[in-house]
Design a binder for this molecule. Structure first.
Ligand SMILES: Cc1cc2nc3c(=O)[nH]c(=O)nc-3n(C[C@H](O)[C@H](O)[C@H](O)COP(=O)(O)OP(=O)(O)OC[C@H]3O[C@@H](n4cnc5c(N)ncnc54)[C@H](O)[C@@H]3O)c2cc1C
Length: 498
């Protein structure tokens, strides 16, 4: 009988507990605890605001992937003699030239002018940086690598939350905005533990990382409609952008993605990936070369070039001599994913051949047959043979008369067996999203700030660019995340004090 009453009590009370809704009253609520959200929360709290931050994943900052951010005028640039990059006018003009003034100049200007203050602010909050270096010879020394990548940065910033009594709720996805008298006045979230969570706030800062993990939104907004590979998080599904849209925010450059080196559909060995990314010999599915392969170092460029190919397909080719060359001598590229001399590239390739991820053939005829059979292509052997003749002639003449590739990266394609890696357009995430002003305040179609609403990081990243993410002064998505997070927090606190 006692057991029966216990069971009855449980039946009566567990549902009540599950739906025990919670309400918070705060100054600032931040939706999303990645790079931009964590920065915004800490900055707002440091300036005296009461802050609640909500994150849909089980841990704060747990899903953010990145390594370094753009800074202009840093102590490191001075120390290592990159003086040109301490000149803000030089960098501003360079970035605006890159985006053909399609990026919004006042925002680019504030981003550059404040980037070193944000870098110093991070250091003040115990974020550590590794020495800067040129990732490729085509880039600027802008990218400042974080010790321990983004995880290192976020760990340091999150440790500071205690000091400022920031309330952080995990597994609490933001669902909709509270709008009162034409002003954004908080967020409705959900939690398995607490049911409906209402957070009333003077300002909302949306920081949910874009829509790259939402295939429907990618199809809707990105101009490339074929198959593409998402190399970023599958949890960034456009929640924040959709919430801002529902409050009347306008979009800006929303279709801009962070296109990257084309990638295979399935995972391959890390060494295989690096070796096939060497700047030697790429063709499209018709067997035609289409770019100076060295421009894969500026990966946004190889991303763009892949989008122009039939179905976006890029086939990366290596002959046996080049596989051996890369294995013995290491990669021509250096940086984060380098191959040092005497590496295991050859073993990694053979493993991926066994796994049917890399095609191996003893003749060009067999290579074409296998590509056509395994991937449904319709490549003409004569076309590929003509392209191979062209690349071998370029090598013999020390001149790529088609795409004018730096002669140091010209190689023959002559020694069987031949290897091919079939790849598709790939992106790190979305960049474009909501239209914002210099304070990251969301703007409506009349360019008026929506009271109480800020949108930061990848949810509003399109403001800095034209049609292509800027890889020349690299680290701009994280740079914008940190800077826009701070801009929004500073303005929100300012408004609060009025
Ligand atoms: C492999 C890789 C390498 C990269 N390297 C670099 C680099 O070196 N430099 C660089 O500039 N950029 C890099 N990036 C891009 C980098 O990921 C972004 O710059 C950065 O994460 C943007 O920060 P964010 O705050 O906008 O988004 P995120 O850091 O992704 O944070 C968004 C957060 O919001 C949470 N969220 C989503 N929806 C909700 C919701 N409804 N409610 C609550 N929380 C929600 C997410 O779980 C996440 O924690 C890289 C990306 C990849 C994939």
């Amino acid at each position: 009988m006692k057991k029966f009453f216990m069971a009855l009590l449980c039946c009566l009370f567990i549902p009540m507990l599950a739906f025990a809704d919670k309400t918070y009253d705060t100054d600032v609520v931040v939706v999303g605890a990645g790079a931009s959200g964590v920065t915004a929360a800490l900055q707002a709290a440091e300036l005296g605001a009461k802050v609640v931050i909500i994150e849909k994943l089980p841990s704060l900052g747990g899903g953010t992937i990145c390594s370094g951010l753009t800074v202009v005028g840093s102590d490191q640039q001075n120390k290592y003699g990159f003086h040109q990059f301490t000149d803000k006018s030089y960098v501003f003009k360079k970035i605006m030239d890159y985006n053909h003034y399609a990026g919004v100049a006042p925002i680019v200007s504030k981003f550059i002018n404040e980037s070193n203050n944000s870098y110093e602010w991070l250091k003040k909050h115990n974020v550590k940086f590794d020495p800067i270096f040129l990732y490729t010879y085509l880039e600027d020394p802008a990218w400042h690598p974080l010790t321990g990548h983004c995880a290192g940065m976020l760990k340091s910033l999150i440790e500071e939350f205690k000091k400022y009594n920031i309330t952080a709720l995990t597994e609490t996805p933001g669902k909709s905005l509270i709008i009162k008298n034409g002003k954004v006045a908080g967020v409705i979230a959900e939690s398995e533990e607490d049911g409906k969570v209402t957070i009333n706030a003077k300002s909302v800062i949306i920081a949910t990382g874009g829509y790259g993990g939402n295939p429907d939104m990618v199809k809707k907004y990105a101009p490339f409609k074929g198959f593409s590979v998402n190399k970023g998080s599958k949890f960034r599904v456009g929640d924040g952008i959709n919430m801002a849209l529902s409050a009347g925010a306008d979009t800006h450059n929303i279709g801009l993605m962070q296109w990257h080196d084309p990638m295979p559909k399935t995972d391959i060995g890390r060494a295989t990936r690096s070796g096939f990314n060497e700047p030697f010999f790429w063709v499209n599915k018709e067997g035609k070369r289409f770019m100076d392969e060295t421009y894969r170092m500026l990966w946004a460029y190889s991303g763009n070039a892949s989008l122009n190919q039939p179905d976006g397909v890029v086939i990366k080719l290596l002959d046996a001599a080049t596989v051996k060359h890369i294995t013995d001598n290491g990669g021509a590229l250096y940086g984060v994913h380098d191959l040092k001399p005497n590496n295991d590239f050859n073993k990694s390739v053979e493993m991926d051949v066994q796994g049917n991820k890399v095609v191996k053939a003893n003749s060009i005829k067999e290579l074409v047959q296998k590509l056509n059979k395994n991937y449904g292509f319709n490549m003409d052997e004569a076309t590929l043979q003509a392209t191979i003749k062209q690349i071998n002639d370029s090598y013999a003449n020390h001149e790529d008369s088609q795409f004018f590739k730096n002669r140091q990266y010209l190689r023959e394609f002559k020694t069987a067996p031949y290897y091919a890696l079939v790849t598709y357009p790939a992106f790190l995430g979305s960049v474009g999203g909501i239209k914002v002003d210099e304070n990251a305040a969301a703007l409506d179609a009349d360019n008026k700030a929506i009271p109480g609403l800020f949108v930061v990081g990848l949810d509003s990243g399109g403001m800095l660019y034209g049609d292509t993410y800027n890889i020349v002064s690299a680290g701009q998505t994280l740079g914008w995340a940190v800077n826009s997070g701070r801009f929004a927090a500073i303005k929100a606190v300012d408004e609060m004090k009025k």
